[in-house]
Design a protein around this ligand. Structure first.
Ligand SMILES: C=C(O[C@@H]1C=C(C(=O)O)C=C[C@H]1O)C(=O)O
Length: 394
């Protein structure tokens, strides 16, 4: 595949691994992503070494890729598109940092070289911390107690899990493995010096704006998916139906806050997300007909963190998690995605993801808790969510 006149793309795995190792070496920032239902893989590179946190990355209208944490007290980053290309051979080099033009050629030469070994990571060890299970179940119990006392309606406690590799994980190979295993996921690999390296395959859209149409979804309720099961035979419990309905209600409340009354609502319906099933309602708004030209930015500020990953009402749920969760989620359940690229913005909730550091990685998952939740079931749910990555990476 021809990228520019003299540069040929080698295997996608190799190019991805090389691009990441170049950015790690040079202190540059990069995002690699594959949109749901597409085959093409996009890259955006920001060669500037000083990445500054940004409170509202969509406001700038700069083409780039947003990477934001869960905690709204901490700001996210915008990887500006010095260089944006895809594996179908499209290249745009707007280079807002003109002084760095030389780096562009250096980078393109490097990613097409035969540098990275294509070894798999070998044996992956999942750390068996006996206290983790008891601690999480206890957290679920405290969540149910808080709900029963009337402090909350829903909360989404989460946990982390460390894994170690015999050799550093080959990110190129594993990105492609995830992309092939999960065609409906948004698959991403992000490196920013300040955030480190993150790999994920999320099923959850936060907001999208394309052709003046705004979209968001309410995704919640989880069960294991057995391949071949017809989706219209899938049954959901009252607990799961209510849990998902709360997320829809949260979105409708956000529309109400800005007096937006005209929106399409479709669902809930059962959807497949890799090894799991969820309930999903889709919301759509015509931004021209409703005269909300900045709806993407406005809704992003109102929606995140949604009750799919935090809880309801929002402030007590945030406070509960800060007090009880006992770890920093970092970029897990934050949001990420391309902004103002090809006239579209598409942000996803950073789920089914892991933070990779040398020969170890940290996986994350959470589970929506309502009054009827059982600690054992919620523990199982976090296990199967982590398997989204664990079943695929090697
Ligand atoms: C919190 C996660 O997933 C979220 C919680 C869900 C649930 O509680 O059923 C389902 C989908 C996601 O909105 C996760 O994957 O870690």
């Amino acid at each position: 595949m021809i990228l520019t006149k003299n540069i040929k793309i080698r295997s996608a795995e190799q190019v991805i691994s090389n691009a990441i190792s170049y950015c790690q070496r040079e202190g540059a920032s990069i995002a690699v992503w594959r949109r749901p239902e597409e085959r093409n893989i996009h890259f955006i590179v920001d060669f500037s070494a000083e990445m500054r946190p940004m409170a509202h990355p969509l406001e700038s209208k700069i083409p780039g890729f947003v990477f934001s944490p869960f905690d709204t007290d901490n700001h996210g980053y915008l990887i500006r598109g010095d260089l944006h290309f895809d594996l179908e051979g499209n290249l745009s080099d707007d280079l807002p940092n003109y002084s760095l033009t030389g780096k562009k050629d250096d980078f393109l030469n490097y990613i097409n070289s035969n540098r990275q070994n294509t070894y798999p990571a070998g044996v992956i060890k999942v750390s068996t911390d006996d206290t983790a299970e008891a601690a999480f179940k206890n957290l679920v119990k405290r969540s149910v107690d808080a709900i029963q006392k009337g402090q909350l309606q829903k909360v989404v406690p989460s946990r982390k899990q460390e894994i170690t590799f015999e050799q550093p994980l080959n990110v190129g190979i594993n990105f492609i493995r995830l992309a092939e295993a999960y065609p409906t996921a948004f698959v991403s690999l992000v490196f920013i010096p300040q955030t480190g390296l993150w790999l994920g395959a999320t099923p959850e859209l936060l907001i999208s704006v394309r052709d003046n149409i705004f979209k968001t979804v309410a995704l919640a309720g989880t069960q294991k998916y057995k391949e071949g099961t017809p989706l219209n035979n899938v049954a959901w419990t009252q607990k799961e139906i209510e849990e998902q309905a709360l997320v829809s209600r949260y979105i409708i409340n956000c529309f109400k806050k800005i007096r937006l009354r005209e929106f399409d609502e479709a669902g809930p319906k059962t959807v497949v997300a890799g090894n799991l099933l969820h309930l999903k309602t889709e919301f759509k708004v015509d931004m021209v007909a409703t005269n909300f030209p900045d709806l993407g930015d406005t809704m992003l500020k109102l929606l995140h963190p949604t009750s799919a990953i935090c809880g309801m009402p929002l402030e007590p749920a945030k406070k509960f998690l800060k007090e009880h969760e006992a770890y920093d989620r970092g970029y897990f359940s934050g949001y990420l995605g391309p902004t103002n690229i090809n006239n579209a913005t598409e942000l996803y909730v950073n789920l089914r993801c892991m933070h990779i550091e040398d020969s170890k990685a940290t996986l994350f998952s959470g589970a929506g808790v309502t009054e009827d939740s059982h600690p054992d079931k919620e523990w199982q749910e976090t296990e199967i969510k982590m398997n989204t990555l664990l079943n695929i990476i090697q």
